[in-house]
Design a protein around this ligand. Structure first.
Ligand code: GDP
Ligand code: MG
Length: 177
């Protein structure tokens, strides 16, 4: 009998990127372990987490990388992006600058990542609508312009988190198979 790993049909690497404190680590912990940390420290970021997902009868092992806070100093190295077939590009809907910085992060993704990389734009913290600084429409039109998938998410309320990762993984599968 083979191990669970050997039974996987595909292994995909994907990365999380965006400014510090937008909720990347919490989106990952929600997706991988269904956990949310009220007061997570930027240095607590795990290296990566795995989740197995079935797409079109194939078992996909998604290896999702998180930063350990390097993005704070814009010091994410090219090795972080290497081999990644997908990315979740995250901003915080309550902080306009994190949205304005999406252009820079997208530029890094395109410079260092795979040319077919599937990018999903996530406007996180949708539970904080009362402090919103970025309209849904702004997120949507930026995504459309850049050819990205788009959703607003809340790691805290567990809204659209599963959908965001699953969209990315399903698209990677479609692009690579
Ligand atoms: P990272 O630096 O991008 O990895 O961000 P973290 O995941 O460490 O989250 C930064 C802060 O935002 C923490 O205090 C989290 O509890 C909080 N946070 C993350 N996601 C959400 C969310 O969806 N809603 C709210 N209200 N807070 C969030
Ligand atoms: Mg983090």
């Amino acid at each position: 009998e083979g191990s669970f790993d050997e039974e996987c049909d595909y292994l995909f690497k994907a990365v999380l990127i965006g400014d510090s404190a937008v909720g990347k680590s919490n989106l990952l912990s929600r997706f991988a372990r269904d956990e949310f940390l009220l007061d997570s420290k930027p240095t607590i970021g795990v290296d990566f987490a795995y989740r197995n997902i079935k797409v079109a009868d194939k078992l996909i092992k998604a290896q999702i990388w998180d930063t350990a806070g390097q993005e704070r100093f814009r010091a994410v190295t090219s090795s972080y992006y290497r081999g990644a077939l997908g990315a979740l590009l995250v901003y915080d809907i309550t902080r306009k600058t994190t949205f304005e910085n999406m252009k820079k992060w997208l530029h890094e993704l395109r410079k260092f990542g795979d040319s077919n990389m599937v990018v999903v734009l996530a406007g996180n913290k949708s539970d904080l609508g009362h402090s919103r600084e970025v309209d849904v429409e702004e997120g949507r039109s930026f995504a459309k312009l850049e050819g990205l998938c788009f959703l607003e998410t809340s790691a805290r309320e567990n809204l659209n988190v599963e959908e965001a990762f699953l969209q990315m993984i399903t698209k990677i599968y479609e692009v690579t198979s």
